[in-house]
Design a protein around this ligand. Structure first.
Ligand code: MG
Length: 495
């Protein structure tokens, strides 16, 4: 199917088209323009920044960062104040966005067994997103979309697991986190910058990454303006170690962390400007969000803020998994609005599929649901979810249903063993009245506790729980290879 852009229609062709359209419109009322609009599937852009705090943009309450483009995006779109990612760390969160499924369901809730760090994938890992999973990119590609990823992948660095094997036509970026290179002092191989499946640079100048990603993103948009496209832009920043280009370095009121946020904001502005210039603004759905919550000061150079939310990246408090999010699609998503209805990152797969007229895989469980009525501001539209599970890696830690959130286990540092253990808790919070999770009201609402405990029992049976040793009857394996290799040769002498 070929899609015609306005730019293609020039001179007589354009005049004839307009006269024809006007005549048809006279005969059929408004049916023709609407028909024309709905026949062309929308473009999707997901801007997925790394470790940005809930309150790090002006539109979400920051008084310290200048984010005019995000603020404008919020004015032109819809703020999502109860948007959840499925994990408070990188790899599992990304696995959920790509598959529309809980990370534990697709086996990417941890590193491989026996890894030194249990949280995320490390260079040369034997594990990755199973190629049998159907990614958001594959869903849209099947419908004829051009698909591109620019930025950090972090779902496996072996050839079988790279984005080019998981539905993306093109890839420019780093395969895992930016602290997994020789710079930060581990014995990692040099950080690779990749184009498609080739390493094109080692230890790239990170101060230029936001700029370079943005340039690549704008070029991708320009190249694909005449056909539907999906652009996934998982920025490297503001993850540690933070870098900004000369233009932004030292300019914010919040150190290098603030500099990276202000440069990311600039990047958002460039993307939105290019959509306007190409006149595809009204046919493009843009989502801006973060892969997990902010990181506390004064660790390293982070100075993120999760505003009213308790906790940070790495926790199942709201500050770990409820993230700032803005959805914008002029004419389709009501401008200057806010919704506090619960929307999940896993909802993007079925929601985009519906809008694109694409198919959601029907041979497996997909946890996400169509969130379009809430995004579109339909009258009385409510969240499609009666529950959301908070997993701490493989451990089922909490559940939210409506205003209620029940915590049942939490990580606790054991001074004697010098290990982090899981500790049983029973804490109920009323998020409608107590967004900061300060007052445990479990004693006052035993019925609510019982109802939420029953939901947790269902999750254990379905998705599993390391705490109770439930494997989960509807889980799928991660991808695994026996003999992984690093993308670039290791240099353990530089520690
Ligand atoms: Mg992250």
């Amino acid at each position: 199917m070929k899609y015609r852009s306005r730019a293609d229609m020039r001179g007589q062709t354009r005049a004839r088209y307009l006269v024809g359209l006007a005549m048809l419109a006279l005969c059929l009322g408004t049916a023709v323009p609407l028909q024309a609009k709905t026949n062309r599937p929308p473009n999707f852009i997901v801007i997925f920044v790394d470790d940005m705090g809930y309150a790090d943009a002006g539109a979400f309450g920051s008084k310290v960062h200048r984010t005019p483009n995000l603020d404008r995006m919020a004015k032109e779109g819809r703020k999502l104040t109860s948007f959840y990612v499925a994990s408070s760390v990188c790899t599992p969160s990304r696995a959920a966005l790509m598959t529309g499924s809980y990370p534990r369901r697709v086996g990417l809730h941890t590193s491989p067994a026996g890894s030194a760090n249990p949280l995320v994938l490390f260079p040369g890992s034997s594990r990755g997103l199973n190629p049998d999973e159907v990614t958001l990119a594959e869903v849209l590609k099947k419908r004829g979309y051009a698909t591109g990823i620019i930025g950090k992948w972090h779902l496996g660095d072996q050839p079988q697991f790279l984005p080019t094997r998981q539905g993306f036509d093109t890839y420019f970026g780093i395969p895992y986190s930016n602290d997994m290179g020789v710079e930060v002092g581990h014995s990692f191989p040099p950080l690779p910058l990749m184009r498609d499946e080739k390493v094109i640079e080692q230890e790239p100048d990170q101060s230029l990454l936001t700029q370079r990603y943005t340039q690549q993103a704008v070029q991708f948009i320009q190249r694909n303006k005449d056909n539907p496209f999906f652009l996934y832009l998982p920025h490297t920043m503001p993850h540690f170690p933070q870098y900004a280009s000369e233009r932004f370095k030292g300019k914010s009121a919040n150190g290098i962390y603030g500099d990276t946020i202000e440069e990311l904001d600039w990047s958002v502005g460039r993307i939105l400007d290019s959509l306007r210039q190409l006149r595809i603004d009204e046919n493009t759905f843009v989502l801006f969000t973060s892969d997990n919550g902010g990181v506390p000061a004064p660790i390293l150079t982070y100075r993120g803020s999760n505003g009213p939310l308790r906790g940070w990246k790495g926790s199942t408090w709201e500050g770990g998994m409820r993230v700032l999010a803005i959805a914008r699609w002029p004419g389709r998503i009501p401008s200057g609005t806010v919704t506090d209805e619960m929307i999940l990152s896993t909802d993007m797969l079925p929601t985009f599929a519906k809008l694109a007229g694409a198919e959601v895989p029907s041979d497996r469980v997909i946890d996400g649901k169509d969130a379009w009525p809430v995004l579109a501001g339909a009258a009385n539209a409510a969240t499609p979810h009666d529950r959301f599970y908070y997993y701490q890696m493989g451990y089922l830690a909490a559940v939210r249903s409506g205003q209620w959130k029940l915590h049942v286990i939490r990580t606790a540092y054991n001074k004697d063993t010098k290990k982090t253990d899981m500790e049983d808790v029973l804490e109920l919070y009323d998020l409608a009245k107590d967004i900061g999770e300060t007052a445990n009201v479990a004693d006052r609402h035993p019925d609510v506790v019982r109802r939420l405990q029953a939901m947790l029992a269902e999750a254990r049976e379905d998705i599993g729980d390391d705490q109770t040793k439930d494997a989960g009857k509807n889980v799928r394996p991660a991808g695994y290879i026996a003999m992984p290799k690093t993308l670039t040769r290791g240099d353990s002498s530089r520690k």
